[in-house]
Write a new protein. Sequence first.
Length: 263
Amino acid sequence: MRVVIQDNYEKMSLWAANYIAARIRAHKEDRPFVLGLPTGSSPIGVYKELIRKNRAGELSFANVITFNMDEYLGLPREHDQSYWYFMHDNFFDHLADMKPENIHILDGMTRDPEGECARYEEMIREAGGIDLFMGGIGVDGHLAFNEPYTSLSSRTGVRDLTTDTRIVNSRFFGGDPEKVPAQALSVGIGTVTDAREILILISGHNKARALARTVEGGVSQKWTCSALQLHNAAIIACDEEACGELTVDTYKYFLDIERSQRL
């Protein structure tokens, strides 16, 4: 596992955006570059920088296919809290050359949730697998909507959301947890760890415990983020505030090892 520590959220976002851009530019295979994407507050800075690069002619998305991590079950696309709406409002609609047919987001209004999830896994396979999956984690370490105790080999499926997750997300629903959907469709931990590379964004003091568990704790279903320890090409990009519960030796180790790295 590689841990890249930056001074603040802005520098973390810039580093991550530069890393993703470099991977897209370096992709020489006949098939498109396949990029996994999250929603939430963590990737906003990355999306802004990728948009800037694209609009400035520094980065093309014409040969990029995307798969989003998750979607609320029961929310139509037009709802301002659906993840389809979020992604278009914060990213896709601002790219000059993103092809609509290359955008894949789980259908929260499907009448066959299990079938939709199986279809999504098949589309990922048909695309050649995900080259790089960017994500974030919750304060309890959940990755996508894979709450604590979700199997570390799980695939895309229906997830029941915990009370804590609904309370945290209620800030987007007028502060009322009851307005937050009780279920979501989500890629599994196994779906994420199948990616050739994983880049996880962790920022803020409230994520410090989750970062420490991800890096220093044992692999456990209680902390689904800990599955990253088993991946050969997992990177965590974090800011100083998120490092508050790392041991001093761990913190110094990753700072030292990164001095010789570029991207």
